[in-house]
Design a protein around this ligand. Structure first.
Ligand code: C2O
Ligand code: CU
Length: 487
């Protein structure tokens, strides 16, 4: 056991900005010279009153040169903390802005009143505290929070501001699932960054990073027990979609996506996750030898620009060391099982009552088009502004909302307030991992996707909710609209 601990504890900052991210290429044994860093596990906050404060910070990513300037909550280096909410609790969040710039904080995926939502209208001036409060109505799943100030979302998110939110509820708690945070229940926030020569983030690129970061860790490795392990995966990228799977193509099981448990675990060998989407998966490490390595990767799908797993060519302004490649997102070092290990997956998780297209009493059609002036993209030709209300939805309406992508890029679409059901994808079938409650989805180039949702509980004739592309650079550039839910 001592040797295993040693293997797992190797933490060496060895990255070289000219050689790219992880060099591990495959199989279940690490035979390359990649030196791994222990996967950072953000600390948790629990209870009903949460204090988070945003300020400048820094993190050492490279062995040589300066630390990288970052933004983060509660003095952490980059990303976090993880907030844990219990369904039914009445919670208060005190968000203090210790930057010299305005910010907002959005509770992504939560069904809450619009003035608590933390969109672009709920500004937090420098030196002030914003204290939204709400009852947690969402089901157990993995959500997140992040800055959402119009025209500043990209910059503040890129600097590292954001964190996961885990919601627990009695249905999920009653299941025999891995739930020991950081031991067999692992947060895995995937993004990438490009660095300047002085180790600072390049925040002018606006596209694809060169270095994969998992929870802010370069070349990440986690020492995980020889049993069923749960990953809570968030795509917190700028634009890249991930096409995830294991180096030996083993089957793994999706148990939850954006807004709650699936009815039953969905077996997959690949999982496509666009920006803003989450998935909880179970992977069986019980047949792996202690001390062996298992590689979790993002696979090059070979598809063209705008498609999950496919990125623009490495030449030109949009190039990245990770584009059109298969790269490792986590190296797993297998250790002994823990006591209380989960040894089998439940065959049944919950019983969802989903909405169908036929339940809709109203329809909205949104076209992704070119925008005004030289703008490359907008909803229905109009770039976002704070005043225009694009849609008004009477309380309790079931809406079929169709997004038609007539644009030259793929986009990741997110709607605030609701969890919806994807009812059609023109490009083909709705994948098993998209069958549950969703608040975000990838809209391929040329594709039409329809979702159905009920806009219930919170009517407010004045304060809008947002819908937007979740590529933060696209959102900042105006690929965002707003809707009112009216009494
Ligand atoms: Cu995760 Cu409107 O955002
Ligand atoms: Cu977009």
């Amino acid at each position: 056991l001592f040797a295993i601990v040693l293997l797992g504890a190797v933490i060496i900052y060895s990255c070289n900005k000219s050689s790219g991210g992880s060099g591990s290429t495959g199989g279940t044994t690490n035979t390359t010279s990649t030196t791994y860093n222990a996967l950072y596990i953000p600390p948790t906050l629990t209870g009903t009153s949460f204090n988070i404060s945003l300020a400048k910070s820094s993190k050492q990513f490279f062995a040589t040169g300066a630390d990288t300037p970052t933004y983060s909550y509660n003095g952490l280096p980059f990303w976090g903390p993880t907030l844990i909410f219990n369904k039914g609790d009445n919670i208060t969040l005190n968000v203090t802005n210790n930057l010299t710039d305005t910010t907002t904080v959005h509770w992504h995926g939560f069904h809450i009143p619009p003035i608590m939502d933390g969109g672009p209208h709920q500004k937090i001036a420098p030196g002030t505290t914003w204290s939204p409060h709400f009852v947690v109505m969402n089901s157990a799943s993995t959500y997140w929070f992040h800055p959402h100030l119009h025209e500043k979302t990209y910059q503040q998110l890129t600097m590292g501001a954001g964190g996961l939110i885990i919601v627990r509820d009695p249905i999920e708690t009653a299941l025999n699932l891995p739930r020991n945070y950081g031991v067999d229940d692992i947060p895995l926030v995937l993004t990438s960054r490009r660095f300047n020569a002085d180790n600072s983030f390049n925040t002018n690129v606006n596209d694809y990073g060169d270095y994969l970061l998992a929870n802010g860790t370069l070349n990440p490795q986690a020492t995980l027990p020889k049993q069923f392990v749960r990953f809570r995966i968030l795509n917190a990228e700028i634009e890249r979609a991930y096409n995830l799977g294991f180096g030996d193509n083993r089957t793994f099981y999706v148990i939850s996506n954006d807004g709650g448990l699936l009815d039953a675990p969905a077996p997959v060998t690949r999982l496509v996750l666009g920006v803003g989407e989450r998935a909880e998966v179970l992977v069986d490490l019980s047949n792996d030898a202690v001390g062996s390595n298992v590689s979790f990767k993002s696979y090059n799908s070979g598809q063209t620009f705008g498609f999950p797993g496919g990125e623009p060519s490495t030449s030109g302004a949009l190039g990245s060391l990770l584009n059109n490649t298969t790269f490792e997102v986590l190296n797993i070092n297998v250790a002994a099982a823990t006591s209380g290990a989960v040894t089998a997956i439940p065959t049944k998780l919950t019983t969802n009552t989903y909405l169908a297209a036929s339940d809709a009493t109203s329809t909205i059609v949104t076209n992704i088009t070119a925008g005004q002036g030289s703008s490359e993209f907008a909803f229905d030709n109009n770039n976002y502004n704070y005043i225009t209300i694009n849609h008004t939805i009477p309380l309790n309406t079931v809406v079929k909302w169709t997004f038609v992508n007539s644009n030259v890029f793929g986009h990741s679409i997110h709607i605030h307030d609701i969890q919806f059901k994807i009812v059609s994808r023109s490009s083909g079938t709705i994948q098993p991992y998209e069958q549950g409650w969703k608040d975000s989805f990838f809209l391929h180039l040329g594709e039409t996707v329809s979702v159905v949702a009920k806009f219930n509980d919170f009517a407010d004739g004045t304060n809008p909710y947002m819908y937007h592309c979740h590529f933060p650079n696209h959102e900042d550039a105006g690929l965002m609209g707003q809707f009112l839910v009216t009494p």
